[in-house]
Ligand binder design. Structure first.
Ligand code: ZN
Length: 252
């Protein structure tokens, strides 16, 4: 059930459109995550996961939609008017996508279910609040504990490794209180104003149950593109295939 006191009719309508994109992904044997981008009160672009079809782990729904916007604008980021774009995505953007949304200056993000493994809007890191410095930034003040530069401080940005929870002091305020309801008005931390990216308001939980249902249906049916189960670790049985598949989720 949707809490109408919190979400507008338009919010619900756009998220339902994003869920339709997630269904398209599932029909194509992709992890069912979808999104729409709203600009000037209309859907300007849609996206669904295409990581398997394009054999490219970065082809998350958000990137597909961003590329559509860029194509419409003749490849000119300024003409794409990202600062006027509002993203509705069925699953919390991962750290990679959260960084891209920050660097492009998206106006806002609304997501469905949290992404507890890779979420960049509160679950693991809070790139929406801290802004992203971009990989390879020379700003020493944004250097993370791993030695990697960049405002998001994500080790994943720099060396491809999964970030460690709590690596960055400003990370995961929502995870800490069990909520994924980050709201507008979250400001950047001290010094973040100099980062190339910008913070953006992010809200979560809209039609989350529907988004989770799709993911569960996908994994219960079996991810045809999941890697083979790992061999047993000494003293520990091999993980069941469904957990291996979950670990390989290309979310958000
Ligand atoms: Zn992503």
């Amino acid at each position: 059930m949707t809490d109408q006191s919190k979400w507008s009719d338009d919010d619900v309508r756009y998220m339902r459109a994003a869920l339709q994109q997630a269904c398209i992904a599932m029909e194509e044997s992709e992890v069912p995550v979808g999104c729409v981008v709203v600009r000037d009160g209309r859907v300007a672009a849609t996206g669904s996961n295409k990581t398997n079809a394009e054999r490219n782990g970065t082809r998350h729904a958000e990137f597909v939609a961003i590329d559509s916007l860029l194509a419409q604008a003749g490849g000119d980021p300024a003409a794409a008017q990202f600062h006027e774009c509002e993203l509705y995505v069925t699953c919390e953007p991962c750290i990679m996508c959260a960084g891209a949304l920050s660097l492009l200056g998206f106006r806002s993000v609304t997501f469905g279910c949290p992404n507890d493994k890779f979420g960049g809007n509160g679950s693991i890191l809070s790139v929406h609040a801290t802004a992203c410095g971009g990989c390879g930034s020379a700003d020493d003040n944004t250097r993370s504990s791993s030695g990697a530069a960049g405002g998001c401080g994500a080790a994943a940005c720099a060396d491809g490794q999964e970030p460690r929870r709590g690596q960055q002091g400003a990370a995961a305020p929502a995870a800490a209180n069990g909520s994924h309801q980050q709201q507008a008005g979250i400001g950047p931390p001290q010094g973040a104003a100099r980062l190339p990216g910008r913070p953006y308001p992010s809200r979560g939980g809209l039609l989350a149950a529907e988004a989770v249902d799709l993911l569960q249906c996908f994994y219960i049916a079996g991810n045809p593109n999941a890697p083979n189960p790992h061999r047993a670790v000494r003293g520990r049985p091999a993980p069941p295939p469904e957990l291996v598949g979950a670990a390989a989720m290309q979310l958000g």
